[in-house]
Design a protein around this ligand. Structure first.
Ligand code: GDP
Ligand code: MG
Ligand code: K
Length: 268
């Protein structure tokens, strides 16, 4: 059975979408080893069953909370066939920060651009095609609370599952970071860890403690020797990586989203 994972910021409408997809065909459990709730459900389409996993709501995919680690580990180790990234259309820049981190995982991502009714009320205009082109992944407009766009989302998700993964990263971190990523990948040659190597490299450059611990216990000796200096440098690299993600979001949004100009606060 194919598995679809749902991921998104808190309050983007993820649970509403999960309910719209699975109806009453769902059950709640726990992720192993942590107190984070695990919700799973199923739906049928063209006589085939699909499994849907509702991941914890999160703004990021670092190692700062159990929620983030549960979400990223499921995406990278749980082998979902596609990840539906629920994005709140009224808060698009902030929501796309998580999207950039999903793109970095190299996994199949499809964006459910939710709250489109609210966006319309707020006069936020989004060119779906341009947004999709900028991100390099399919984007489907939805209003989960009114069950709008759900069938289209299902159809596109299934079509995407059955397509070859020809995805490539739509942005780079710049020469400096890219060079370091390649250096780290060189140190990881012939090492098989449970995560993609590009992703491990970015996480080390971001100072991700879980990944440092993984390398300390399972990495080859010649990379263990580099960890101390790498961790010192990570303080700067992390800022640069975050900057590059926001640069990318800014570029994509400027081409695809138009908003009424901010109301000027005239209070004295
Ligand atoms: P979650 O935190 O991502 O699981 O978000 P929820 O599914 O709990 O939704 C948060 C709130 O947004 C709830 O009050 C939902 O009814 C509402 N909501 C969800 N989707 C939509 C939508 O497309 N449009 C509007 N206007 N409200 C929505
Ligand atoms: Mg929820
Ligand atoms: K548990």
């Amino acid at each position: 059975m194919n598995t679809i994972a749902l991921v998104g910021n808190p309050n983007c409408g993820k649970t509403t979408l999960f309910n719209a997809l699975t109806g009453s065909n769902q059950h709640v459990g726990n992720w192993p080893g942590v107190t984070v709730e695990k919700k799973e459900g199923k739906f049928k389409y063209n006589d085939k069953q699909y499994n849907v996993v509702d991941l914890p709501g999160t703004y990021s995919l670092g190692a700062y909370s159990e929620d983030e680690v549960v979400a990223r580990d499921f995406i990278l180790k749980g082998n979902p066939d596609v990840v539906i990234n629920v994005v709140d259309a009224t808060n698009i820049e902030r929501n796309l920060y998580l999207t950039t981190q999903l793109l970095e995982m190299g996994t199949k991502v499809i964006v459910a651009l939710n709250m489109m009714d609210e966006a319309e009320i707020k006069n936020i205009k989004i060119d779906i095609e341009k947004l999709s082109k900028g991100l390099g992944v399919p984007v489907i407009a939805t209003v989960a609370s009114k069950k709008k766009g759900i069938e289209n989302l299902i159809k596109e998700s299934i079509a995407y599952i059955n397509k070859d993964n020809s995805f490539s990263m739509p942005f780079s971190y710049g020469e400096n970071i890219d060079k370091e990523i390649n250096n780290i990948k060189g140190l990881l040659v012939n090492t098989h860890l449970e995560y993609p190597q590009d992703w491990i490299a970015v996480k080390l450059l971001e100072g991700d403690q879980d990944i440092y611990n993984l390398i300390k216990s399972k990495g080859p000796d010649h990379i263990k020797e580099r960890l101390v200096s790498l961790e010192e440098d990570a303080v700067e690299y992390e800022l640069e990586i975050v900057d590059k993600r926001y640069d990318f979001i800014g570029k994509v949004v400027s081409k695809s989203v138009s908003k009424p100009s901010e109301v000027i606060d005239t209070k004295t």
